[in-house]
Design a protein around this ligand. Structure first.
Ligand code: HAM
Length: 419
């Protein structure tokens, strides 16, 4: 029979690796909690319209990458390709944005039908934060500092670089767009097919093109920084000054425009140092001050970012040290000791602060010791009828040459000192 396999681009996380995931997620949760962010959980599936209206019809995510299907009621639903739109939808629906500041975070799988390759999956995990009700740019600094804390604690702060840009407000963008379109029109023949198409639909995205032939043309294109109106200019200048003041390193990347339509003012990405392409961007975000109102909520400034956990985990592969687990494997010799053994294991787990794997399925001493060895436990605790009668267990060290010894069951609460 043909074996059923996982869908391409949707990865299993096996136990050897999942502990690393859990540890990173726990660290991220701990840090954002220190900054006052609280978790929000929203569904994995939403009405398709939520994403077409927020991310934009012409954005690649919507035009090419969504997992969209009709459900049994005939509604068009989509597996969420990102969390920001869902967060805004939930916030409006539950009245979270009325005259309140909200600092929220989420963690979970997102879905995009992209061409799978290293660092790019069809199901991938994002950890995201979103702050509502603060105009900035102080919140911009907070959010960048927060990300910097992640990198510091994960010991990868020298491996990533913060790139920032501004898209200004709506007037700035409209004025800039006009000049940019004019410039690319004047150079229409030099554009590739993709960029010619984008010139109609989303000209700012041409700046994002990775086509090496286009780089000189793009480098000479008008820069949005030269078109900022005074409020957009002030926002960005204040931000840069504050980042200088707190010595948070950044580079201004005038070509950073982001692939989703909802952004304004500050946009930013953390990319691995020396990485030319955007394929490995670890974390990305920006302001989206008009989105809540555009979706029918009360006008609420907003800013956030999301990071790809697969990419982050690849980056911390060499820096993340997992704390050692302290585990005992309980060998049970004979049917008569099984019930007492199960109770003993409970006592050790509860009072001894040590993980206990109980041998299930019987077996000789040597079979059980082999299982103990495979389980990666540090010690085997052996309980036979004699030990049960004497109220003792035998400790056998599995990872070093220390001689085995007997300890009293009453001393089992101090098991840690034997490990
Ligand atoms: P995004 O740039 O589309 O932004 O995605 C954010 C991050 O998710 C990327 O930098 C990358 O690390 C990860 N990512 C995206 N696509 C994939 C993929 N196919 N495979 C693996 N990782 C991927 C957003 O999603 C915005 N919602 C971010 C945001 C939050 N803006 C404001 N608030």
């Amino acid at each position: 029979m043909k074996k059923i396999q996982a869908i391409r681009g949707m990865e299993d996380v096996l136990p050897d690796v999942s502990r690393r995931w859990a540890m990173v997620e726990e660290l991220l949760r701990r840090i954002v909690t220190q900054y006052g962010y609280r978790e929000i959980r929203f569904p994995i599936v939403e009405f398709t319209e939520l994403f077409t209206r927020t991310i934009g019809e012409t954005a690649d995510i919507v035009a090419k990458e969504m997992y969209t299907f009709l459900d049994r009621s005939g509604d068009s639903l989509t597996l969420r390709p990102e969390g920001t739109a869902c967060c805004v939808r939930a916030g409006i629906e539950h009245g979270l944005f009325y005259n309140q500041v909200q600092r929220l975070f989420y963690c979970g799988p997102m879905f995009r039908h992209e061409r799978p390759q290293k660092g790019r999956y069809r199901q991938f995990y994002q950890f995201g934060v979103e702050a509502y009700g603060i105009v900035g740019p102080d919140i911009d600094v907070e959010i960048m500092l927060l990300a910097q804390r992640f990198w510091r604690e994960l010991k990868i702060d020298h491996q990533v670089e913060l790139q920032i840009n501004t898209l200004g407000n709506a007037e700035t963008r409209a004025c800039y767009r006009e000049h940019l379109v004019q410039y690319f029109h004047d150079n229409y023949a030099a554009l590739d097919e993709d960029s010619q198409r984008r010139l109609q639909s989303n000209p700012l995205r041409i700046l994002d093109s990775k086509n090496p032939d286009l780089q000189p043309l793009i480098n000479d294109a008008p820069k949005i920084l030269d078109y900022l109106d005074s409020s957009s200019h002030d926002h960005f200048t204040w931000l840069c000054q504050a980042l200088d003041d707190i010595k948070l390193p950044y580079v201004i990347n005038a070509r950073l425009v982001r692939g989703l339509d909802y952004y304004c003012h500050t946009v930013f990405e953390w990319v691995p140092v020396g990485d030319g392409g955007a394929q490995s961007t670890i974390c990305a975000g920006g302001h989206y001050d008009e989105l809540v109102a555009n979706m029918g909520g009360k006008a609420t400034p907003a800013i956030g970012f999301a990071m790809g956990l697969e990419r982050l985990l690849a980056l911390v592969a060499n820096t993340l040290e997992l704390p050692k687990l302290r585990t005992a494997y309980l060998v049970l010799l004979g049917d008569k000791v099984i019930s007492q053994g199960i109770l003993l294991a409970e006592k050790i787990r509860f009072h001894g602060g040590v993980n206990v794997i109980v041998n299930c399925g019987g077996g000789s001493l040597s079979t059980q010791l082999k299982r103990a060895d495979k389980s990666e436990a540090d010690i085997a605790l052996i309980l036979g009828e004699t030990e049960l009668a004497e109220e003792e267990v035998v400790i056998k060290y599995l990872r070093d040459e220390r001689p085995q010894k007997n300890i009293k069951v009453t001393d089992i609460e101090n098991i840690k000192i034997f490990l």
